[in-house]
Every structure is written in structure tokens, then in C-alpha cells.
Design a protein around this ligand. Structure first.
Ligand SMILES: NC(=O)c1ccc[n+]([C@@H]2O[C@H](COP(=O)([O-])OP(=O)(O)OC[C@H]3O[C@@H](n4cnc5c(N)ncnc54)[C@H](OP(=O)(O)O)[C@@H]3O)[C@@H](O)[C@H]2O)c1
Length: 350
């Protein structure tokens, strides 16, 4: 049997880290090598993630210094960073400073989503923590990039993955204009582990509300990645909503067809774009989040009436929208098949 390659995780107690651990538990070629926690070094990982208690070999959270030593000694083939934005860049810069090994990094925060750190500063209102590394990370949805031009990768984020799954093939098809009006609904795990006044259970349960309408940071992120992947300018007008469920994202993209295109042409373009992609299914009727939650799959459809079209996308924010999409990149960076460890089906009823 071939040895499974050891992988490190930073930001250990977060929701995305929990999903990375869950995926690593059954990955045929990768295994957990070290998981670092800034807040709980020494704590048993199973205490924080009891759902994984039977597959963690009594692992404890390490300190960042211990993970750093293991990384420099060549004991980790890859690293996932799943800290909040702003924290990730300086941590990754520290881990890469003077590092001469062959390990690869996949960042799941927003810190390396923009190749231009000036745009990061504008959108996030803070200086970038490691501007010298921005050119070493490539940010895209894996299905849209035949090859990765850098050593390391950045995940575009959960809402952005859902939006880009529609926007990139639409731009490439030439069947639509470049203006995208997008409404999205996310489950509460999208906000991470720490409760806020606007995200805790009594607010979200049986409730639905928009937040940061037309001003959310994910719009410029989608525009930047779409431009990089297609060479076309997109105008993304995004209204996110908080939904009364724990996992899942549903986005609806609306806009105008051009050149007399119709809904069947749009659906055919999507089918062509994703015909050989294992994790994106183009379907003929509106998809539902329970079709995909718990899995790394996304489902997408399109319909049109006169010159107006609507594209609907669903995915699991923690899997395809975070840990699973990041695992696709890690697989590729380490020379593995992109689908390894990611084919487990979702439970549907949660
Ligand atoms: N949740 C989603 O659906 C989703 C989807 C796509 C992308 N993301 C991105 O993925 C990252 C993780 O998201 P999450 O939902 O897992 O967040 P989370 O539940 O809040 O976890 C983040 C973890 O990072 C560590 N951390 C917090 N503040 C830190 C700091 N100042 N410095 C260093 N470490 C710190 C903490 O772990 P320790 O104390 O154990 O180190 C914390 O548990 C974020 O950047 C988020 O934007 C999330």
C-alpha cells in the first residue's frame, strides 16, 4: 500500500478545518499530519469535533510553532490555511519565509484571492499581510482552470464559487451580456464558529434576510476572478441573504441574453462547459440544496424567457464552497487525481 502524504491545517478549531479533517479521514492518498490551533493547543481534536472521534487516532491540536517545525523538517507535503482573512497572510508568510521544501499551500481565506493587493486593500480596508506572496497564489474555481500557473492556490470562497460556476461559462459562451444580477442565500455555517448578533440561532431560525445588499466584498472578488479566467469584464450586482439552515448555498443569477440566444442554447453551453467535470452537474430543472449538501458536488441549471435568463446554482458552502474545493486544488498541486477523497455522497436529509 502506498503511504498517504501528511497534510497540515492552520486555523484548527474552525468549521472549515472540521470539514478538512472529515475529508482527510477517508482520503486514499492524504492524511492528517498536524493541525494547529492558536486558541486550543494541546486540546484533543475529538473534543472540538466529536463527530470525528473514531477516526482521529487521538490527535491533539498542535501550536503553530510545532506545525512550523514539522513543515520545515519536510514532515508535511501540503498545508491548508483556514483562518479568518487578515490572519492568513502573515501566518503563511512566516511559514514560507526561508522554507526550501516542496510543500504546497492552499489558502481558504480571502487573503490571496486578488492578484492585485491594491484591490485587496480597497475591498477589505486593510493593508495586505504579505504582498510579496500575492503572485505565488492562483485563485480560481478548479473546474475553470486547466492548469495552475503558481506553486500555491487560493480558494475563491463559498458564495464566489457558486457565482463563478455560472458567471465564467456565461462570459465564455458570449450568449449573455456582462451584467449579472445575483441573489444568494447561505446557511449559518458560512459565518464560522463564533456567534454574532446577526448570525446566532434565534435570529436565523425561521428567518430570511438580506445583508450588505450591493456592497458585499464577494462581488469584486467574483469580478476579479472572472476577468482573470475569461479576459472579459463582468459587472456583478450581488445581494446575499442569511438562510434558516446550517449548510448550503443557493444563488440565482439573472441577466440578459444577446444575439437572439435562448434558454436551450444557454443550457447547452453550461453542459458543454461542465461535460467532463465530476463535481458540477448541469440539470434541467431548478436544483435544491439538499441535492448536494455534505458532498463536493454543485448543481446548476438555466432557463430563459424572451431576452431574460436565470441561472440557479446550489452547493455546500463548507465542502465545494471551502474544504472540498480546496482539496481539489491540493490534489492537483500534489500530482493526484483532482477527485481523490471527494466522491462521498451527501446525506440529503439533515
Ligand atoms: N464557513 C464557510 O462556509 C467558508 C466558506 C469559504 C471560505 N471560508 C473562509 O475560510 C476561513 C475559515 O472559515 P470558518 O468558517 O472555518 O471560520 P471559523 O469557524 O471562525 O474558524 C476560523 C479559525 O481560525 C482560527 N483563528 C481565528 N482568529 C484567528 C486569528 N486572528 N489568527 C489566527 N487564527 C485565528 C481559529 O482557530 P484556532 O484558534 O483553533 O487557531 C478559528 O476557529 C475564513 O477565512 C472564511 O472566510 C469559510
Amino acid at each position: 500500500m502506498t503511504q498517504r502524504l501528511p497534510i497540515g491545517i492552520v486555523g484548527g478549531t474552525g468549521y472549515v478545518s472540521g470539514e478538512l479533517l472529515r475529508l482527510l479521514a477517508t482520503h486514499p492518498s492524504l492524511r492528517l499530519g498536524c493541525i494547529a490551533s492558536a486558541s486550543q493547543p494541546g486540546t484533543a481534536v475529538a473534543e472540538v469535533f466529536p463527530n470525528l472521534a473514531n477516526c482521529l487516532d487521538e490527535a491533539n491540536f498542535a501550536s503553530l510553532d510545532d506545525l512550523d517545525s514539522m513543515w520545515r523538517d519536510g514532515g508535511l507535503s501540503g498545508l491548508f490555511c483556514a483562518t479568518p482573512h487578515g490572519a492568513a497572510a502573515p501566518i503563511i508568510a512566516g511559514l514560507l519565509e526561508g522554507y526550501g521544501g516542496s510543500g504546497r499551500v492552499v489558502d481558504i481565506s480571502a487573503d490571496f484571492r486578488f492578484a492585485d493587493v491594491g484591490i485587496f486593500r480597497e475591498v477589505y480596508g486593510q493593508e495586505h499581510g504579505a504582498p510579496e506572496l500575492a503572485g505565488e497564489f492562483f485563485c480560481a474555481v478548479p473546474e475553470h482552470a486547466a492548469r495552475i500557473p503558481t506553486r500555491h492556490a487560493a480558494h475563491p470562497g463559498c458564495f464566489a464559487t457558486a457565482m463563478l460556476l455560472g458567471v465564467v461559462p456565461l462570459l465564455r459562451s458570449g450568449l449573455t451580456d456582462g451584467r449579472f444580477h445575483i441573489a444568494g442565500v447561505t446557511g449559518s455555517t458560512g459565518s464560522g464558529r463564533s456567534p454574532l448578533a446577526t448570525t446566532h440561532h434565534p435570529e436565523r431560525h425561521s428567518n430570511l434576510y438580506a445583508y450588505r445588499p450591493l456592497t458585499h466584498r464577494h462581488a469584486p472578488e467574483v469580478q476579479a476572478v472572472a476577468r482573470q479566467m475569461t479576459g472579459e469584464d463582468a459587472a456583478v450586482r450581488f445581494v446575499p441573504h442569511s438562510g434558516p439552515f446550517a449548510r448550503g448555498i443557493h444563488v440565482t443569477i439573472q441577466g440578459n441574453l444577446v444575439g437572439g440566444a435562448d434558454g436551450s442554447a444557454l443550457l447547452a453551453a453550461l453542459k458543454q462547459a461542465y461535460q467532463d467535470k465530476s463535481f458540477v452537474e448541469v440539470v434541467d430543472s431548478p436544483p435544491r440544496i439538499k441535492d448536494v449538501i455534505g458532498s463536493n458536488r454543485a448543481r446548476i441549471t438555466a432557463t430563459a424567457e424572451a431576452e431574460s435568463y436565470a441561472v440557479m446554482v446550489v452547493l455546500d458552502n463548507l465542502v465545494k464552497g471551502a474544504a472540498g474545493g480546496a482539496m481539489q486544488w491540493m490534489n492537483r498541486l500534489l500530482g493526484l487525481a483532482e477527485t481523490e477523497g471527494l466522491t462521498i455522497p451527501g446525506p440529503a436529509w439533515t
